[in-house]
Ligand binder design. Structure first.
Ligand code: SF4
Ligand code: SF4
Length: 183
């Protein structure tokens, strides 16, 4: 039996009956560094055709196992499918990152480098992501800004400085549960 991925343990299994349909957002947005194929982020995969994946039956292992949050979180409605909402949410694991809030986090990535905009759909997605107790970032292209925890808490965690008394327990809580740097 294969070990469950972190995203599977966090979000649970795929939502039954929910399919990618016409969405190919991850075939553009994500990095693939698989034995069989490499693709940089924010570049359309060479196998992506009008109907979806042109090599679906033979797609690399990374493509078989990677799913966005919309495929796993049951109460995200249909209109939050990434190609409909313009925002793709997923887990990122990057344990070598210097910033403790960027080692294991959730990101809501605005597709196509679009400017980050407030909308009911985006608010709904971000509220759902905050429930998991991980840092939440919003991204567009290469830019990222911290959404959760709030700014003064995030800055104290990132800088490793002694926080003001009013936020001390919150900062301490984040420091305790964020993973150490490794790799
Ligand atoms: S971004 Fe999500 S819904 Fe869209 S193709 Fe990828 S896994 Fe499917
Ligand atoms: S191989 Fe197929 S599933 Fe994988 S990124 Fe390319 S088009 Fe998407």
């Amino acid at each position: 039996m294969t070990e469950a991925s972190f995203e599977e343990r966090l979000f649970g299994p795929l939502v039954p009956g929910r399919e990618c349909g016409a969405c190919t957002a991850c075939c553009f947005e994500i990095t693939i560094d698989d034995r069989e194929m490499r693709k940089p982020p924010r570049q359309t995969c060479v196998h992506c055709v009008a109907e979806g994946c042109g090599i679906y039956a033979d797609r690399p292992q990374d493509c078989r196992t990677w799913f966005c949050a919309w495929r796993r979180v049951a109460d995200l409605p249909d209109h939050l499918r990434p190609d409909r909402s313009g925002v793709l949410a997923c887990v990122v694991e990057s344990y070598a990152a210097e910033n403790p809030l960027q080692r294991l986090y959730l990101i809501a990535q605005w597709l196509g480098g679009r400017p980050i905009a407030r909308s009911e759909a985006a608010d709904q997605l971000l509220a759902a992501l905050r429930r998991y107790g991980l840092p939440v970032w919003v991204g567009s292209g290469d830019r990222m800004s911290l959404h959760f925890p709030r700014q003064e808490v995030g800055l104290a965690v990132m800088r490793g400085e002694a926080p003001e008394a009013a936020i001390a327990s919150e900062v301490e809580g984040w420091r305790r549960r964020l993973p150490p740097r490794s790799g």
